[in-house]
Design a protein around this ligand. Sequence first.
Ligand code: GLN
Ligand code: ZN
Length: 767
Amino acid sequence: MSITHIPGFPRIGKQRELKKAVEAYWNGDLAESELKEIGKILRARHWQQQADAGLDFVTVGDFSWYDQVLDMSATLGVVPPRFAWPGKSPTEAEPQVDLNTYFRMARGRAPEGKPAHACEMTKWFDTNYHYIVPEFYPEQAFSLCSTKLFDEIAEAQQLGYTVKPVILGPLSYLWLGKVKEGDFDKLNLLDKLLPCYQQILAKLHQQGIEWLQIDEPILVLDLPAAWQAAFQRAYATLQDSTLPNTLLTTYFDDLGNNLSLACQLPVSGLHIDTTRGYTNIATLIEILPGEKILSLGLIDGRNIWKTDLNALIEFLTPIKEKLHDRLWLSTSCSLLHVPVDLEQENKLDPEIKSWLAFATQKLAEIQLLNSALNKGTKKEEKSLQLINDAIESRKNSQRTYSNYVRERVAGINESFVARKLPFPERIRLQHQQVELPLFPTTTIGSFPQTSKVRHIRQEYKQGIISEEVYRQKLKQEIAFAMQKQEALGLDVLVHGEAERNDMVEYFGEQLSGFAFTEHGWVQSYGSRCVKPPIIYGDVARQKPMTLDWISYAQSLTDKPVKGMLTGPVTILNWSFVRNDLPLENICLQIALALRDEVIDLETAGTKIIQIDEAALREGLPLKKQQWAHYLKWAVKSFKVAASGVKDSTQIHTHMCYSEFNDIIQAVAAMDADVITIETSRSDMKLLDAFKDFSYPNDIGPGVYDIHSPNVPTVDEIVNLMHHAKERIPLERLWINPDCGLKTRGWEEVEAALKNMVKAAKLLREQV
Ligand code: GLN
Ligand code: ZN
């Protein structure tokens, strides 16, 4: 049999136990010891699952209270000075980053300790997972400041498991961090960092660890020469025969230019993601030195389709003959990015369910793959036949195909992808239609999803209240949000999205070609999870999706109400997508459905319509070479959705965490009249993108960090806007939070928006 393992398992729990526990702890409803106990139960459960599935190792170090990169920062003592933990400094012997310091770094506050500006958060490669960005300062030191990893290893060993710990490697750790003060090359920190890694390795050795998974996902990026050279240096330093074997682990793409580098590094094994990019694995096998292990990530850790194991066995048989025991079998990446267990989905259409595999099922797929490849008895044959049936049923299903949709996409021409007039003329018409002050204030769309709103939805889903009552109650929530906004004096109002559980799910539920799970949660950041819909077939709109709500909200006020839609690229990027059609084709299908909605909204009198493209950036391929192609179809899809309206109708878009520098041209090419973006956590530094490229349309740089419970002061907001004014002419500036407010409470939201409106008034007076 081959050695089997996984790069990581979801930590959130199949009932989102971790989310609930962590939030209860933050609210003071759970003691630290109780929280820790729940973590322990979850870890034990997930290890048991891996052992039950016959994996040779259980993976330890994938559990986290918030984020695995933040865990690494804690381990390495990388705590920004503003969080200085009480009475201890990193130079003292054996200081520990306690849980409260940890949570303050993650979210600005914790049950104990002073609130402080939370660390920046950004997307983990091209996924919808967000990590906490390590911050580096001029005098940056590194020292082991957390025993979490070692404690968890001991915990797993006590339960009798063979442990393969996972840590983020030194180069990827540095790459993902940011220099916060001073002007130095973060790569220069490597020499100070490596002794810490040596200490970690030595400790693992003491704990009897034979194999360490060391993640270096940046090896799939286009790396500068200095970083490539640093890999050589770092791994030569870490190499020591008395330490654990290291499995250098890469995922999310092929190794590209770094292929020979990765093969030659002095490590004991290499893990690659064969689900992306690898067209010629033979080359890799040829150049991989003969003593090294090759761990193949064959089962897709980013998608939920059953694996065609029969095809894999065909693919693997010659490889196995070459590599024998040097071949390990695995999933492509950590299963963090897929839901935990398909078995709990009782409402899912049985046919569609038969096409799927979640994390738990993927463990079984590895096991079956292993035994079929190495034993191939009758028993395996039978199981493989079942898989084959599922794969065939999906291939041949009528439910995945619509002639009408295919023809419509084929009919998209130039007239679908452009507004009639250029922006300067459009904006004049728009100002005639809707009169707004300088620095218009608005929000990004959602208002707090209170427990009351969630309760209403629960009651409806459980059949306790009728659809009519449900809608009535939601209207009351909308009316409440409208009243609040009027009282606050905001200029462009929103209905608040009370009817939406999630900005993608809401649309998916109304479009054909989508399927939904009940428990298919995937961690997005910290305690926050999303439940991505599954696009299994051609996408079409059945009927208007948002019209009633927006019209109702507009009927309550004389101020303009923004229509609110999720854009095609975001719907695509935040769904599990069928793998039998090119992405761009699926995206255009969605764009056409949204285009119909946009036109319906305009016809009903909506003068401002926002099409969120929160996830545009994260869909960027990891290799620059492929960017142009992606951006071309992404921009085109947005324009197909947005361009069906009159020039006097104002199109807004919103993007989260958009680091624009490298895609600013594409963002401008989308030609939205107004764009709102994330900038507050980075102190408007993201606006540096506008130094060399003057963004032509209106822009609202976020001034209120909605990912933190802290309320920004009037001064802070005014200051941020002063920075913004240095880059963007003030006639084109809007004032808004940096994302939707659904995760916040009303009290903080009201206080923050009040300050925002006050700041706008002050700024207007200063003009
Ligand atoms: N309109 C959405 C909201 O406010 C946008 C959310 C997002 O960008 N993630 O919730
Ligand atoms: Zn956002």
